[in-house]
Design a protein around this ligand. Structure first.
Ligand code: URA
Length: 224
């Protein structure tokens, strides 16, 4: 995994920004299949689920471990186990739901939150219409999920809402990021690491990532 990619989309990413590009060949391969405009809704959804497993694995790489005493059929041993830190996955509606199932496969005991934001198509600014998160957010490792980090405005607002609700240990997982969105996000939330499968070239004039993969929500749910 590389820490960040060279600059793209006009201008360098902030120095020291905590951006991890998960560039495993399987991730690259699956992302290419998903980007194809002829990928069916089923293919897109399945590939997004598979990618989320791989990205979740990377994003949770630093989860704290402790040890317990166990007995294998052969001997006693001290074996590593997650340290009991509670997790919370927060889906940014609606496309974040495409990443959620795979994250829950990885950590079935995690709690789930949702943030609903709609984007004003003129200003590209997000407006919150829904927020539901579990209690004790301050004690949880929180992973915010949204496949597309485009302008970054929704991600910035979603994480701000989660911080307002008490979240402290937050990370963000997306599939495709635009350099403009990464700059916006890491400037607003320098404490929140971002894991992405790719940093694309730029945003177009209506805020879509280019080359991107189109509208992730529509492609996931077949609504277009
Ligand atoms: N949201 C999407 O689903 N796709 C983009 O390219 C930008 C925002």
């Amino acid at each position: 995994m590389s820490d960040r990619k060279p600059e793209a989309g006009g201008g360098a990413l902030p120095e020291g920004a905590n951006i991890r590009v998960a560039d495993h060949p399987l991730i690259k391969h699956k992302l290419t299949l998903m980007r194809r405009k002829e990928a069916s809704t089923f293919e897109f959804r399945t590939l997004l689920h598979e990618l989320a497993t791989l990205l979740g694995y990377e994003a949770l790489r630093d989860l704290p471990l402790t040890t317990i005493d166990i007995e294998t059929p052969l001997t006693a041993m001290e074996a590593p186990i997650l340290s009991g830190k509670k997790l919370c996955f927060v889906s940014v509606l609606r496309a974040g739901d495409g990443l959620l199932g795979a994250m829950l496969d990885l950590v079935p005991s995690a709690r789930v939150g949702q943030v609903g934001l709609f984007r004003d198509e003129k200003t590209l600014q997000p407006h919150k219409y829904f927020l539901k998160v579990p209690h004790s957010l301050d004690q949880r490792v929180i992973v915010v999920l949204d496949p597309m980090l485009a302008t970054g405005n929704s991600a910035v607002a979603a994480v701000a809402e989660i911080k307002k609700a008490g979240g402290l240990d937050i990370r963000f997982v997306c599939v495709v990021a635009a350099p403009e969105g990464l700059r916006n996000f890491t400037e607003a939330h320098p404490d929140v690491p971002v894991t992405t499968a790719a940093i694309d070239d730029h945003l177009n004039e209506v805020g879509y990532i280019v080359p991107g993969l189109g509208d992730a929500g529509d492609r996931l749910f077949g609504t277009k």
